[in-house]
Design a binder for this molecule. Structure first.
Ligand code: ATP
Ligand code: MG
Length: 286
């Protein structure tokens, strides 16, 4: 059970893979809220960072402290206190949710009896109880992901890392997984591509792109400059605009201006995560 607030402190973190490319190019941040969302597009460096924080990968330079423990020197101690659910996690088809949880808890050092008790509590709490003895092959995508959230819940870890827990799920299954995540105890670091997921689950958001942090704050503060605005897009070589992505020219306009932009052939789109990245000069085509 969480006894005190845990904080993750990252200083000038860099990771260069063997092929010579830097996946993390100097990240410094304190994750001091209960749930921090790391948001970024494909290849931004989210998984690399999560793997370093959860002691599965060594950084090239820089330091990481979790609750005062160093991710390299104190890796063994950190591992007792964390749960990490990787991006590619998928259950073993012929094992049931109950079997997954018991196996996981026993591997973490729990007795089989205690594992059964904790697994039952978690499966009940996350509304997986009715499916506890169903082979996971027969469960929906959302239910499969919930098995991993149940593992994290049952392990009673201080800190939980969830790498893209809802990618590929339909909107309803995503909501189901969100409600499971909300019942987790302890501190959580979660990665996602989805703005609405960050908004639903967390206060603190860290935006990463090309191995760097490009903005941090609350969803509200990050979106504040877009209040009452929309995105006007036109595909035209002659149009002048502040932002250009390929052939598309983009302007950020006030909603009351939309009509005149439509008359001039612009398409009006609601603001999305992409706009936060575009405004910061990220080429979202790449
Ligand atoms: N084992 C590896 N060896 C070499 N390069 C790697 C390796 N793993 C990742 N990379 C590269 O590091 C960069 C960051 O990858 P990473 O998987 O951390 O991104 P991500 O933000 O998790 O992306 P996604 O949203 O697609 O999961 C990418 O350019 C990727 O190609
Ligand atoms: Mg990833």
């Amino acid at each position: 059970m969480l006894k005190y607030w845990c904080m993750i402190s990252i200083k000038n973190l860099k990771k260069r893979y063997d092929d010579g490319n830097f996946a993390i190019r100097g990240i410094s941040a304190d994750f001091d809220k209960r749930l921090t969302t790391v948001i970024g597009r494909n290849g931004a460096g989210k998984t690399t960072m999560m793997r370093i924080l959860s002691t599965q990968l060594l950084q090239s330079s820089g330091t990481v402290e979790i609750d005062g423990l160093d991710n390299v020197k104190d890796a063994k101690e950190i591992r007792k206190r964390i749960v990490s659910i990787p991006q590619e996690a998928s259950p073993i088809g012929y094992l049931t949710p109950m079997e997954h949880l018991k196996m996981y808890l026993c591997a973490r050092g729990m007795s089989l009896k205690d594992a059964g008790i904790e697994a039952s509590k978690a499966l009940r709490e996350l509304e997986l109880w009715h499916a506890r003895d169903t082979p996971s092959d027969m469960l929906s995508g959302g239910m499969k992901r919930k098995i991993f959230v149940a593992m994290a819940l049952a392990a009673n870890a201080d800190t939980i890392f969830l790498d893209e827990p809802t990618t590929g799920l339909d909107p309803l299954s995503r909501i189901e997984v969100w409600s499971a995540i909300k019942r987790l105890r302890g501190n959580i670091v979660l990665t996602t591509h989805y703005m609405e997921e960050a908004a639903e689950l967390s206060e603190a958001v860290v935006m990463v792109e090309s191995g760097k942090i490009i903005a941090t704050g609350t969803i509200k503060s990050l979106l504040s400059k877009f209040k009452g605005m929309a995105r006007a897009e036109i595909t035209s070589s002659s149009a002048k605009a502040k932002y250009t992505i390929g052939n598309t020219k983009i302007e950020y306009i006030k909603l009351k201006e939309a009509e005149s932009y439509v008359k001039n052939g612009y398409a009006i789109k609601p603001i999305t995560l992409d706009d936060l990245f575009i405004m910061r000069g990220v080429n979202i085509e790449s």
